[in-house]
Structure formats: structure tokens, C-alpha cells
Design a protein around this ligand. Structure first.
Ligand SMILES: [Fe+2]
Length: 243
């Protein structure tokens, strides 16, 4: 056990006082990578970049604790089952039935969670973008326009009982559809691709919105990264969209 001297107390007090006035540091610079073959990509923006739609504390806990826990669990499983890190996640998630019974559920939950969150951080960003003309045309054609997409997507997200996700999936020929999944399940498990999706687990919104999931769902549209979604749409049609 460490001996606490007057000097260490003074140093600790000074550090706490300094931290209170320090600028907020992006999570990507403060979270050590977990040990093992699975890794979180750095958060592509500061933890407070999505405010006021999503507050920094929610982002810090969501990225740094919840997503990190899925990655840590995968790395624990990979110690005795290294094969789970040797094929791309989208391929493994599409073939969960091939895994031994002893690890199938833990891989389903944690690799699903890792894939879902890795997509989720990408498709959000600071406000200020709208769908480009190609995405807007696809939304008009398949989902009745942006207003109807938002209303139907939010309604679907609200209907998810307990924890889960609401997605817009995309086929190889660019067709869009709204789909939901429970827990950390993913369209990847059905061989499909998610163009984008929103996390409706309480951990995604409860600190800021408490039980008001619909308020979170509506505010979330302000931080959708439409340029990234346009990239993912092009990749889907090229057959190169993975998670
Ligand atoms: Fe989450």
C-alpha cells in the first residue's frame, strides 16, 4: 500500500484543482488500448463534439466503458480461442452457428456490440450536414423522403423493447430499409449491411435524457454524419462495406 505523505496530498490536491480547469481532452487520447487482437478505433472527434445532442459525459462512458468492455471481453475469449480474431468480424457474425456452443453467445453479444459501436462512432459527427443528392434520392425512393424516414426510424427505435438498435440497412444494389435488432445483434448476422444505425440502449442516453428515449432519438439526427454515410453507401454498392 502506498504511504500518503503531506507532499503527495499537496500534489494530489493540485492535480485535482488543475483538472477542474483543464480543457476537455478527447477520449481517444486518454483511453489506453485494451490488450489483445481486438481494438477500438479512436473516437474521430472530441467527447464533447456532439453536444448538445449527446453530452460529453455520456460519450465518455459509452465509448470508454461500454464499448471498451465489449472489446475487453472479446480479448479474453480470444486468449483461448484465437480463431475469432483471424477472420473479419462481418464474416464471423454471419457464421455464428459454426462456433462452439461454449463461446457462441459471448461472441454474439460482444462482437455484435463491437461492430455496432464501431459503426456508430463513424456515422456521427458535429452538426451541419445534410444528405447528398444520391442518398437523398435513395431515401425518397425507398423510405418516402427524409421527414418520413426520421419519423419511421424514431418510431421503430421507440418500439425496441429493452435494449437494442434501429438501423437503415442497404443492399448491394443500394436499396434501403429500416430494421431493428435486440441487444447487440446486427444486420451483419443475417449477411446484411447497416448503412447507419442508432443505439437505443439506455446507456446511450439515460444520463442526459433519462426515460425520454424519443427526445434522444429526435436530437440524434442533428449529429448524423451524412458525408460518412455517403461514403458507406458507395462502399455498399461496391461490395466493400464491412461493418
Ligand atoms: Fe451502446
Amino acid at each position: 500500500m502506498r504511504c500518503v505523505t503531506r507532499r503527495t496530498m499537496i500534489q494530489a490536491t493540485a492535480a485535482i484543482a488543475g483538472a477542474a480547469f483543464a480543457p476537455r481532452v478527447p477520449m481517444a487520447q486518454t483511453t489506453p488500448p485494451p490488450a489483445g487482437p481486438f481494438r477500438q478505433d479512436p473516437l474521430p472527434y472530441a467527447a464533447n463534439a456532439l453536444e448538445p445532442a449527446i453530452d460529453a459525459r455520456t460519450m465518455e462512458i459509452h465509448y470508454g466503458k461500454h464499448h471498451a468492455a465489449y472489446v475487453a471481453a472479446l480479448n479474453t475469449v480470444a486468449k483461448d480461442n484465437p480463431q475469432i480474431a483471424q477472420i473479419p468480424p462481418e464474416e464471423l457474425l454471419a457464421k455464428l452457428g459454426d462456433l462452439p456452443d461454449t463461446i457462441r453467445t459471448i461472441v454474439r453479444n460482444n462482437l455484435g456490440g463491437h461492430a455496432n459501436h464501431s459503426m456508430f462512432w463513424q456515422i456521427m459527427g458535429p452538426p451541419g450536414h445534410k444528405p447528398d443528392s444520391e442518398i437523398a434520392a435513395a431515401i425518397d425512393r425507398d423510405l418516402g423522403g427524409l421527414d418520413k424516414l426520421q419519423a419511421d426510424f424514431d418510431a421503430a427505435g421507440l418500439r425496441v423493447f429493452g435494449s437494442g438498435w434501429v438501423f437503415v440497412t442497404v443492399t448491394r444494389d443500394g436499396k434501403l430499409a429500416i430494421e431493428t435488432r435486440p441487444n447487440q445483434d446486427s444486420p451483419l448476422m443475417d449477411g446484411k449491411r447497416a448503412l447507419f444505425g442508432n443505439d437505443v440502449w439506455e446507456h446511450a442516453y439515460y444520463l442526459q435524457y433519462q426515460n425520454r428515449r424519443i427526445d434522444y432519438l429526435k436530437a440524434w439526427w442533428n449529429v448524423v454524419n451524412w458525408p460518412k454515410i455517403a461514403e458507406r453507401y458507395a462502399a455498399a454498392k461496391a461490395g466493400s462495406l464491412n461493418i
